[in-house]
Every structure is written in structure tokens, then in C-alpha cells.
Write a protein that binds this ligand. Structure first.
Ligand code: GAP
Length: 437
């Protein structure tokens, strides 16, 4: 992980939050490359889960909502982890994640009794800081969907089965944030609540497990590093009939990327009870009235970004002692799709032509201009950022070696390092075709 963390800083994927003040544990900032990577993950999910389907609609809810939402969902009473203090190292640890023999700091331990620690961040809405004005930063996006079920149903022209999706920030005051961004205190979720007829839970759960697993290969996570963990009956929440976690083999172990749970009608029933508003659905074909059941695929954007970074990181010895570091992202997910270079930055005709090429590509792809250092160094920089293609404008482009190469450029492939000579006019269709795979 050390090499990956160093690359993330060096190439602008992930920075420690407020680093100039010594950082703050459990919070991270995404740099230029990381922001693009995260955006591409979210766009891919939104496109595939919402826009490409006819049975899912999206919402974008507030981070802070009525505190009764969290009473109904059970978060105020049950969303906690057991915590202990170690009297020897003075550390505070999650009791269920402690090694058996020593303290996580490495020495002998002397733990206090475990006590429950609620993970929700609290704040106050308005100027008076009392219990009546207490609010929570949402610890998941899901409950906002349940609380808006009636409103969405009334506008969405959907019938059950249908889903409501949301991407957004969630906050958990984790006792021990760890493994880089894997367990953070602020993170983003992509959640779908797929509402179904009671009794169809098992088949819809299987459908969504298969769908979600398939999706990970479309963003370039290798199947060999993905697996599923199926919860045993005794591990399930009392209201759930099934749960499968999509797992990824990180350098620090096999860990969860997404959970897909069949949650029955627990959430809507609770909100109906706490709000006093009916959340029943009336099926006008069968005339049946029921509280819909739900299947919930819930994924973490930051964990997927970290999985993509870990799986993309490659070291290749291209000559004795010369190691190339290349981030082999799937082009769909790569932060920058194409970089444009003038061969030399101090030759105005080259720069002018390269600017023309840049302007041609920019409306179609996320394109980067790069004229620092020599071309070899620019390739290495772009390799570390995971840019799939680099375009170089050279003297041949200007027709200096004859008219047959006029208005052609080199297109260099990140993975093979091969360069082909292509016409500027063919660049957009060619790169578009490559992007589509
Ligand atoms: N609504 C269901 C729910 O929130 P969860 O398993 O607690 O389920 C779903 O969270 C996903 O959110 C996880 O699979 C993970 O990807 C992400 N996630 C949860 N806690 C996280 C944390 N502390 N840091 C980063 N991602 C987290």
C-alpha cells in the first residue's frame, strides 16, 4: 500500500485532508486525477443503474433530515460499534476488531470494558444548541429514499417493481478509520432501493447480485479479484431474508465493496409507524394493497475508487533497472482520456498546431495539455495518471518531411506503448471507437 499511497499523492489522486495543519484522521481530499476518477465511477453507476433502465429513477436528497428519520430507521439506538480504551497505550479501539494477544499499537494491552459508541455525527439546526434542535449528518443515503417514497411514487410514473437511486455523501464517526480511504469518516455511497412485491424477494435479490457483479467488470475490476460473501442466516438482521457482499482483494485483504440486501418491508414499515403516514402501495391491476419489500444494492464510491487504484497499479521493467509505473485503468474510468503534446514547447508552429488538436479533442474527451519536460517524461507522467492515449504533434505534422505526413500525429497507447501515425481528422472517431472498446 505504501507505493500506492505515494503515487496517489504524487499524481493528485488522493491527499490527506488539511495536510498543512497536520491532517485529520478519517478524512481525505481528492486531487485533480482523483476527482475525475470518482466522477467517472459515479457517472458509470448512474448511467448503468438509472439512465439505461426504464424501472429506476434518481433523487438527490439533503444530508441533514428530520431526526425522527433516524429514530425510525433504528440508527439512534442501534447504529453503534463496541469501543474500548487501552489503559497502556491510551488508544481507543473498536472492540470487535482487536487482535487477540497484543494491543494494535504492538505492546501489551489493558482494555476497559467495551461500551457502545454511536457512529452518527451530531449537529444542531439553527442558533440554539439544545436537544430539540439536534440533527445528524446522514450515516447512509438510503433512509432519505424511504422517507420520500410517496412523493417519488406520485411523480415517477412507475409501478412496482421499480427502484429509486441516489448518490451522495454519508458520514460515520468511525472509531478507527484505517486502510487509507477504505474506512473513512466521510465517504460517498451509491444506493439503490428496488421496491418489489412481497414474495418476490429471493428472485430479485439474485437478479441484483448478478447485475452488480457484472457491473464491476464494466469498470475494469478483474473478476479474479472479486468474490461474493453470502451471509449465514444467523448473521442476517432480523428483518432481512438475504444479504450478499461483493468483496475485492485489496493489498490489505479481501474486503467489502458493496452489500446487496433483501430487507423485506422493514424500512417503509418503520417510517409508516413513526410518521403516521401510510406508505402502502395499491396495485391497480391486482387491487392488492401492501407495503413494498425492498432489495438494496449499496456501494461505496471511495472503496471502488481505491479498488480501481489498487488493481490499476502496475510496475513494468521495460529495460534493466528502468521500471515504468502505469495505472492500467479501463479507458471508461481513466481520469484523463487523452493528452496532447507539442514535441517542443519553444517552437510556435508546433505549439499552435497542438493547440488546434487539443481544441478539436476537448469537447469530446477529457483532454489534458502537457508541454513540460521532454516527450519521454510526459509519457511517464501520463502513464502514472493512467491516461490511455497520448497525441504528439511533431515536425511531420507540419509537413516538414513531405506532404504525405502533413496533418498527421502520433497516437501512443498507454498499455502497449506502441505509436501509430493517424490523421488529425480521424482522431475523434478513432478514440471514440477505442473508448467504446
Ligand atoms: N444502506 C446500507 C448501508 O449503508 P453499509 O454496508 O453500511 O450499508 C454500504 O454501507 C457501503 O458503503 C459499503 O459497502 C461501503 O462500500 C461503503 N461504506 C460504508 N462505511 C464506509 C466507511 N466508513 N468508509 C468508506 N466507505 C464505507
Amino acid at each position: 500500500m505504501d507505493k500506492i499511497v505515494a503515487l496517489c499523492k504524487r499524481r493528485g489522486f488522493i491527499f490527506q485532508s488539511s495536510e498543512i495543519y497536520g491532517g485529520i484522521n478519517g478524512f481525505w481530499d481528492y486531487g485533480p486525477a482523483g476527482a475525475e476518477l470518482k466522477r467517472n465511477i459515479k457517472d458509470a453507476w448512474w448511467n448503468d443503474v438509472v439512465r439505461s433502465r426504464t424501472d429506476v429513477v434518481g433523487i438527490d436528497g439533503a444530508i441533514i433530515c428530520h431526526p425522527r428519520v433516524w429514530e425510525a430507521s433504528g440508527h439512534t439506538t442501534a447504529f453503534s460499534d463496541p469501543m474500548v480504551d487501552c489503559k497502556k497505550c491510551k488508544g481507543r479501539w473498536r472492540a470487535d476488531q482487536l487482535p487477540d494477544t497484543k494491543c494494535p499499537e504492538g505492546g501489551p494491552h489493558d482494555y476497559t470494558e467495551a461500551r457502545q459508541f454511536n457512529l452518527m455525527f451530531e449537529s444542531h439546526a439553527g442558533p440554539i444548541k439544545d436537544e430539540d434542535n439536534k440533527v445528524y449528518l446522514r450515516p447512509e443515503t438510503a433512509q432519505i429514499i424511504f422517507a420520500q417514497f410517496n412523493n417519488v411514487l406520485s411523480v415517477a410514473r412507475q409501478k412496482i417493481p421499480f427502484g429509486i437511486a441516489q448518490i451522495g455523501k454519508a458520514f460515520r464517526n468511525e472509531i478507527n478509520p484505517r486502510n487509507f480511504t477504505f474506512r473513512s469518516r466521510e465517504f460517498e455511497q451509491m444506493e439503490l432501493e428496488f421496491f418489489i412485491q412481497p414474495g418476490t424477494d429471493a428472485e430479485w435479490h439474485q437478479t441484483w447480485v448478478a447485475e452488480r457483479l457484472k457491473w464491476y467488470s464494466t469498470i475494469g475490476l478483474p473478476a479474479a479479484k472479486l468474490s461474493c460473501y453470502t451471509y449465514k442466516k444467523e448473521e442476517l438482521a432480523h428483518y432481512a431474508s438475504a444479504c450478499v457482499d461483493v468483496m475485492f482483494e485489496f493489498p490489505f485483504g479481501v474486503q467489502e465493496l458493496e452489500g446487496i440486501a433483501a430487507r423485506g418491508n422493514f424500512d417503509l414499515s418503520q417510517h409508516q409507524k413513526f410518521s403516521g403516514k401510510s406508505l402502502e402501495y395499491f396495485d391497480d391491476e391486482t387491487k392488492a394493497k401492501y407495503i413494498p419489500h425492498v432489495v438494496e444494492p449499496s456501494a461505496g464510491v471511495d472503496r471502488i475508487a481505491l479498488a480501481l487504484i489498487c488493481s490499476a497499479y502496475t510496475e513494468e521493467e521495460i529495460a534493466p533497472g528502468d521500471v515504468r509505473i502505469v495505472m492500467k485503468f479501463a479507458p471508461r474510468i481513466a481520469p484523463v482520456k487523452v493528452a496532447v503534446f507539442p514535441l517542443l514547447r519553444n517552437k510556435p508552429p508546433l505549439v499552435e498546431k497542438a493547440r488546434e488538436v487539443f481544441k478539436l479533442l476537448q469537447p469530446h474527451f477529457n483532454t489534458e495539455w502537457d508541454d513540460r519536460g521532454n516527450v519521454g517524461k510526459r509519457y511517464r507522467y501520463q502513464d502514472e495518471q493512467g491516461t490511455p492515449w497520448c497525441v504528439t504533434v511533431d515536425f511531420d505534422t507540419l509537413g516538414e518531411k513531405g506532404p504525405e505526413l502533413l496533418d498527421t500525429v502520433t497516437l501512443r497507447d498507454r498499455d502497449t506503448m506502441k505509436q501509430e501515425r493517424v490523421k488529425i481528422a480521424d482522431l475523434v472517431p478513432l478514440i471514440t471507437a477505442k473508448l467504446r472498446g
